[in-house]
Design a protein around this ligand. Sequence first.
Ligand code: KG4
Ligand code: ZN
Length: 338
Amino acid sequence: MLVLGIESTCDETACAVVCDGQTILSNVVSSQIDLHSEYGGVVPELACRRHIDLIIPVLNQALTDAKLTLQEIDLIAVAHGPGLIGALFIGLNTAKALALAHQKPFIGVNHVEAHLYAALMSQTEPVQFPCLGAVLSGGHTALVLIKELGVYELIGQTADDAVGEAYDKVARMLGLPYPGGPIIEKMALQGDPNRFSFKAGQIKCKPFDFSFSGLKTAVLYKIKELLLTSQDKQDVAAAFQQAAQEDIVKKTLAAANHFQVKSILFGGGVTNNQALRQKFREASTDYSFIWPSHGLSLDNAAMIAGLGYHCFLKRGKGDGMDLEPLTRIPFALTSQNP
Ligand code: KG4
Ligand code: ZN
């Protein structure tokens, strides 16, 4: 089955063609980083305008790369949430228009769930369920028990900022452009992670929940005390990253141990961070860590097409034209929808 995926939840306009949920025939991503960089974060109005300009060229490129026409596509899958409302409308309405014009089924998928599916796309051996999913992105930070594809239990989430958001905000405090993650990772390599003692937050009676806003504020206060030489910036970056990553590793492994899983699936832009991957490898050899391959950790449409294929097979039908964009989607309501 040839599935066209469409992604426009935030600041990437992306289209991809994936065969049978696994083989990526094309994966085109147009990032808007240049547009939002100077503002230190995504400006929704600008993101929407850029999506409108790019969605059709990106779609055409994805079809050209896959050497296919729209007539040859069997299903259109689109991320219908969670995300920015205006941005979601553009992808969703494009999918609906294509489905109507070409008489194809279309299906809405959950962007966050797709981030976890991305890690499965590079697996040649089947993954044993239940396993643990860790979503670490700019908009979400969550631990999910994956009982089988499409059946999830949310076991932990952030009480405030997502971890990627904390990276972006700390970068902004240090006068660095958006997105902060890759720059902080690079600066941290030159810094002393032990010069400052930062800690991520703990939530009472919720051992698998996260909190990064206190950490972010502690970084802000420290920055105000410093002259902020380039060495200071590198040390702040290293100490912030160490605090955030130690917390993620500790809680993720504790959850894996508690739920007795053998594999942990990772998804989202922060999983690009090589120091984080290294920390997990050093912390335990008891689990198989499954990371998204290159090009599938940041927002992309291949993961949307891949997950869309499974949702369609499971449900046996697509969505109706009344499918709405959702700025938030609780995990329990994902692809189990009738
Ligand atoms: O998954 P994603 O593309 O978008 C969302 O769904 O949110 O993730 C983007 C986030 C940004 O916050 C960015 O700073 C972060 O991922 N990120 C990183 C790295 N690369 C991207 N964070 C830490 N280290 C990185 N190397
Ligand atoms: Zn994402």
